[in-house]
Design a protein around this ligand. Structure first.
Ligand code: HEC
Length: 167
């Protein structure tokens, strides 16, 4: 109680955890995600319009934090702790599609990673998962084309609350 009352614990994002705490938090996070996403399997047939929508959504909602080919720094990304992974620079896949799906849908507590499931359908989230998988091989030019094409492609059954943003 005294520890809490006297404000001993520094909640500043600039104050890094001890290495042991970082390791522990990482294990807690990884196991939490693995256990909850075990049964989630990527559908074999994702309508192509959702892939295009995934590209557009990524540019609009994720690139500020996770960056993108040709977009290698942002003020928001720099200030976050823990740091968001930079998908296009990942040398090998760290997570299964089902794990990424779960994280995108539910977010990660106390990290800055939002839960997108409250305003996006499962199909839209799979579109994002599929797009993230393609990022490591993508050039800045391909990224620009994909996200512009995504923005121009209508998604018919767009019946989630993301419609309310007026597009
Ligand atoms: C405000 C910043 C922010 C935004 C916006 C954001 N993320 Fe994140 N995301 C994070 C952070 C921070 C983490 C890492 C948390 C950690 O290490 O515990 C993360 C983790 C993830 C992970 C887990 C991958 C891994 O290797 O740990 C996925 C997948 C992900 N984000 C996808 C997305 C997608 C898709 C979007 C857009 C729809 C998005 N994020 C938008 C901050 C953000």
């Amino acid at each position: 109680m005294l520890f809490v009352w006297f404000g001993v614990y520094n909640v500043a994002a600039t104050e890094k955890h001890w290495p042991l705490t970082t390791l522990l938090l990482k294990v807690v996070k990884e196991r939490s995600i693995q256990v909850r996403s075990k049964a989630i399997v990527m559908p074999d047939t994702l309508p192509p319009e959702y892939l295009a929508k995934g590209a557009e959504d990524y540019a609009a909602m994720c690139a500020q934090c996770h960056l993108a080919p040709g977009n290698s720094a942002s003020e928001l990304q720099r200030g976050l702790y823990p740091q968001p992974p930079v998908f296009h620079e990942l040398e090998h896949k760290t997570h299964k599609p089902g794990e990424n799906f779960w994280v995108i849908k539910h977010g990660i507590k106390l990290t800055g990673m939002p839960a997108w499931g409250s305003a996006h359908s499962d199909e839209e989230i799979w579109g994002l998962v599929a797009f993230i998988e393609q990022l490591p091989d993508m050039t800045a030019d391909e990224y620009r084309k994909a996200t512009v094409a995504g923005a121009e492609m209508p998604v018919d059954q767009h019946n989630t609350s993301s419609d309310q943003h007026g597009h």
